[in-house]
Design a protein around this ligand. Structure first.
Ligand SMILES: Nc1ncnc2c1ncn2[C@@H]1O[C@H](COP(=O)(O)OP(=O)(O)OP(=O)(O)O)[C@@H](O)[C@H]1O
Ligand SMILES: [Mg+2]
Length: 674
C-alpha cells in the first residue's frame, strides 16, 4: 500500500487556518473584509475577552441566500473569482475562498444572513468545521457572523494567544485601519459593552483622522495628493497575432496617491506609524517603505521615521495581490515607477509645504513611541520581517498614532465609552473643531493645483485644500522677509516676522544652505576646489585605507584631491572651498568612519546616493558658520535669505530643526492678552 494519502477536508482546513487565522485580530480582518466586499455601509464589531471568547461582526451588506451560506464554508468556495484570468484584476479584498472554512475549522461559528429578497434568511451553526444546524430565520438584510471559543479544538494554538488587552489592541488597530480607509462608512467596535471605536460616516479622511486620533495628531499631519497617467499597462500586451485589430487600445489608467504625512518635527522610532493602502487594502511593503524613507532623507534623522497614511489607487491589473495567504503583501507590476512616484510626490509635497516647527512643540519632538493601542509585540500585519525593519531601534512601542479614545475605565479593559462613544458623540465639540480645522481661508486656493510639483502632477483635492488652508499661516516661505533682531549667545539668530518671533540656529541653517549647494554643484560638476598651501597628511588604519579607496572617486567629484602617501598616510592636496585645517581633517575622518560602519550593511554599501549625501552633509557641517560666532545684521539677513531659498529649510541634513517659531498667538496667550 502506498504511503501517500489525501488529507481529510477538516485537517486541510485547519492547516489553511494556520496561515490565515493566528489570533482574534486576523479573524476580524477576514470578516471585516468580507463585509466590505459585500458592500456594507455600516459594520459593527463586538468582542469579548479580546476576541478570545467571542467575535461578532454585523454588516448591512448584500447578504447570502441559503445555498450560498452553506457553500461559503466549503474550501475554495468564493463568489469573487471565476477563472484564473480574474486573478489578474482582483477588485475585491477576498478572493481565495479560504477564510470562512478556515475560521469555522477552529471555532464555533454562527452565521445569520439574509439578502432581503428571499422569503426568509438563514441561520447556520457550525463548530470545528461540522455543520450542526441550518434553519430559516426572519432577519434584516445583511450578515452577522459570531465566532466563539477561537481555537477551542486546537489547544496548542490557543496557548499562543496573548493577554486579553493585547488581543483587543490588535483588534482595535485593525478596525481603526479599515475605518481610516473608508471614512464614508460607519464603524463601531464594542468590547464587553464599552465602545472602543465609534466612527460615524464623514466625507473626508481628515475628518476621520480627527475622529479617531484627535486634533493634535491631525495638526501634525499635512495632506498630499498626486496623480500620473500610466504610460503603459503593467501586464504584457498579447502578441500582435492574438490581438483583435478592431479592439480599441486599452487605456493603461492612472496612478493616484492621496494621504497624509508628518511634518519633520514629528519623528518616530520605527516604521509602525506608516500605513500603506493599495486599492483600499492595508499592506506592508518594503518597496514603498523605502520610497517613503527616501522622501524624508536628510529631512529627518536616518534613525527616525515619519507618520504617513498613504492611499494608492491604481488599476487592479497593476498589482498582484495573490502573494501572501493573509493578503497583506502585494507585488507591483511596475515596481520602480510606483516607488519613484511615491518618493517624488511626498518629497515635492514636503518641499512645497515647508512647515514651520513651533517652539513649544519642538520641545518634546524627540523621536518617540507614544503610548498606543497597538501592542508592542507582533501585530496582525507581517511586521516581523527582520529585513524590512533593519536599522530600527528596538525596545520601543511600535505604534504612535494614538487613537483619540476615552481614558481607561476600571477593570482590565483599557477603554471606556467616551466623547465619540455610541450616542455620546459630541456634535457640538466636533462642529467647532471641524470648522476651525477645515475652513478654507481663501477662495481660489482650492481650485488651483499645487505649484512647485516637480515631476509628478500634484493635485489639489478638497482634502488637501482644507487642511492646507489651516497650515498656510505657519510655513517657512516667510523666512526671507524676517527682520533679524540680534543674536542669542552668538549662536541663535532672533528675528521678528508677521507670525511671531523666530529663533534660528545659525550653524544648522548655514549647514542646510551649504548642503543643498554642494549637491547642486556636484550634480553639474561645478564644485569649487581650493589647493592647499601645504598638503594635509592624514593617518589612516588599514581598513580605513580600504574604505578610502572605495569612496575616493566620489570625494574627487566633491572637490577633494587626495592620494595615498605611503601605506598608512593620505596626502590631501585640494579640498572644497571653505574647508581647511582641523575641520577638513575631522570631516574626512567622519566620512571614512561612517562609510566603514556602513560596509557592514550590505544594502547600504553601494548606495551612491547615500554616499553623495553623506559627503555633502559632512562638508556642509564642517564648513558652516559655527555657534559662538558673532554675525552682523547683513550676514544674518543673507543667511535667512539663503535659507529661504533652500528646498528643506525645516531641518538640517542630519534632521535637526533649523528655525522655530514662537507664534504671536502663543506670545499673546502667555502674556494673558488673549
Ligand atoms: N459578510 C458577508 N456578506 C455577504 N457574503 C459573504 C460575507 N462573508 C462571506 N460571504 C460570501 O462567502 C464567500 C466565502 O467567504 P470567504 O471569506 O471564505 O472567501 P472569500 O472572501 O471569497 O476569499 P478569502 O478567503 O480571500 O477571504 C465569499 O466569497 C462571499 O460570497
Ligand atoms: Mg473573505
Amino acid at each position: 500500500m502506498g504511503r501517500i494519502r489525501i488529507l481529510p477536508d477538516q485537517v486541510a482546513n485547519q492547516i489553511a487556518a494556520g496561515e490565515v487565522v493566528d489570533r482574534p485580530a486576523s479573524v476580524v480582518k477576514e470578516l471585516l473584509e468580507n463585509a466590505l466586499d459585500a458592500g456594507a455601509t455600516r459594520i459593527r464589531v463586538e468582542v469579548e475577552a479580546g476576541g478570545r471568547k467571542l467575535i461578532r461582526i454585523a454588516d448591512d451588506g448584500h447578504g447570502m441566500n441559503r445555498d450560498d451560506a452553506l457553500l461559503a464554508f466549503e474550501r475554495h468556495a468564493t463568489s469573487k473569482l471565476r477563472t484564473a484570468d480574474d486573478l489578474l484584476s482582483i477588485a475585491t479584498l477576498g478572493f481565495r475562498g479560504e477564510a470562512l472554512p478556515s475560521i469555522a475549522s477552529v471555532a464555533r461559528v454562527t452565521l445569520e444572513t439574509a439578502t432581503g429578497e428571499d422569503a426568509a434568511g438563514t441561520r447556520l451553526e457550525i463548530a470545528g468545521g461540522k455543520i450542526l444546524h441550518v434553519d430559516d430565520a426572519a432577519l434584516p438584510r445583511g450578515t452577522t457572523i459570531a465566532v466563539a471559543d477561537l481555537f477551542f479544538n486546537t489547544p496548542a494554538r490557543r496557548k499562543f494567544l496573548r493577554a486579553e488587552s493585547t488581543e483587543l489592541s490588535h483588534v482595535t488597530a485593525l478596525v481603526t485601519h479599515y475605518a481610516l480607509v473608508h471614512p464614508e462608512m460607519h464603524f463601531e467596535l464594542v468590547s464587553a459593552s464599552h465602545t472602543v471605536v465609534s466612527a460615524p460616516p464623514v466625507t473626508r479622511t481628515a475628518e476621520r483622522i480627527y475622529q479617531i486620533f484627535g486634533k493634535e495628531t491631525l495638526g501634525q499631519l499635512l495632506p498630499v495628493a498626486a496623480e500620473i497617467p500610466l504610460a503603459r499597462a503593467g501586464l504584457p500586451e498579447p502578441p500582435p497575432w492574438k490581438k483583435d485589430p478592431d479592439e480599441p487600445a486599452r487605456d493603461p489608467g492612472t496612478l493616484r496617491l492621496t494621504g497624509f504625512y508628518s511634518k519633520p518635527e514629528l519623528q518616530k522610532l520605527n516604521r509602525n506609524s506608516i500605513y500603506i493602502f493599495v486599492n483600499k487594502r492595508l499592506i506592508r511593503d518594503r518597496l514603498l517603505m523605502h520610497a517613503i524613507t527616501e522622501a524624508y532623507r536628510n529631512v529627518i534623522p536616518p534613525t527616525s521615521f515619519p507618520v504617513v497614511l498613504l492611499f494608492l489607487e491604481m488599476p487592479p491589473e497593476e498589482v498582484d495581490v495573490n502573494v501572501h495567504p493573509a493578503k497583506t503583501e502585494v507585488r507591483f507590476r511596475q515596481n520602480s515607477l510606483i516607488h519613484d512616484f511615491v518618493r517624488d510626490s511626498l518629497r515635492t509635497a514636503l518641499i512645497k509645504a515647508r512647515p514651520a516647527a513651533g517652539f513649544l512643540s519642538a520641545l518634546d519632538s524627540q523621536p518617540n513611541a507614544s503610548p498606543s493601542l497597538m501592542p508592542p509585540a507582533s501585530s496582525p500585519l507581517p511586521d516581523s520581517d527582520p529585513e524590512a525593519f533593519e536599522g530600527e531601534r528596538t525596545g520601543a512601542e511600535p505604534f504612535q498614532l494614538t487613537p483619540h479614545l476615552p481614558p481607561a475605565v476600571p477593570g482590565n479593559l483599557p477603554f471606556g465609552a467616551g466623547r465619540f462613544g455610541l450616542g455620546g458623540f459630541d456634535r457640538e465639540a466636533w462642529g467647532e473643531a471641524a470648522t476651525a480645522l477645515f475652513q478654507p481661508s481663501g477662495a481660489g486656493q482650492c481650485s488651483s493645483t499645487i505649484d512647485g510639483a516637480a515631476s509628478y502632477g500634484q493635485v489639489a483635492t478638497d482634502e488637501t485644500c482644507l487642511v492646507e488652508a489651516e497650515q498656510a499661516a505657519a510655513n517657512l516661505n516667510h523666512l526671507g522677509f524676517l527682520k533679524p533682531i540680534g543674536q542669542l549667545r552668538e549662536s541663535f539668530i532672533l528675528a521678528s516676522g508677521e507670525d511671531g518671533l523666530w529663533i534660528i540656529d545659525q550653524h544648522v541653517a548655514h549647514e542646510r544652505v551649504l548642503f543643498e549647494k554642494i549637491l547642486r554643484d556636484r550634480q553639474v560638476e561645478h564644485v569649487q576646489r581650493q589647493r592647499l598651501l601645504m598638503p594635509l597628511l592624514v593617518e589612516l588604519k588599514p581598513d580605513q585605507m580600504v574604505v578610502f579607496a572605495r569612496i575616493a572617486e566620489e570625494l574627487d567629484r566633491n572637490g577633494f584631491e587626495a592620494e595615498p602617501f605611503g601605506p598608512q598616510t593620505l596626502a590631501v592636496k585640494a579640498a572644497p572651498v571653505g574647508l581647511e585645517g582641523a575641520a577638513l581633517e575631522r570631516m574626512l575622518a567622519e566620512v571614512i568612519e561612517q562609510s566603514l560602519a556602513d560596509s557592514d550593511q550590505p544594502s547600504q554599501n553601494h548606495d551612491l546616493t547615500a554616499l553623495k549625501t553623506r559627503i555633502a552633509a559632512s562638508i556642509a557641517c564642517h564648513s558652516a558658520i559655527k555657534v559662538n560666532t558673532a554675525l552682523d545684521t547683513m550676514r544674518m539677513e543673507w543667511l535667512l535669505q539663503e535659507l529661504a531659498k533652500t528646498e528643506h529649510p525645516t531641518s538640517c541634513p542630519h534632521g535637526r530643526p533649523i528655525a522655530l517659531l514662537y507664534s504671536w498667538k502663543d506670545i499673546q496667550r502667555a502674556f494673558h492678552r488673549i
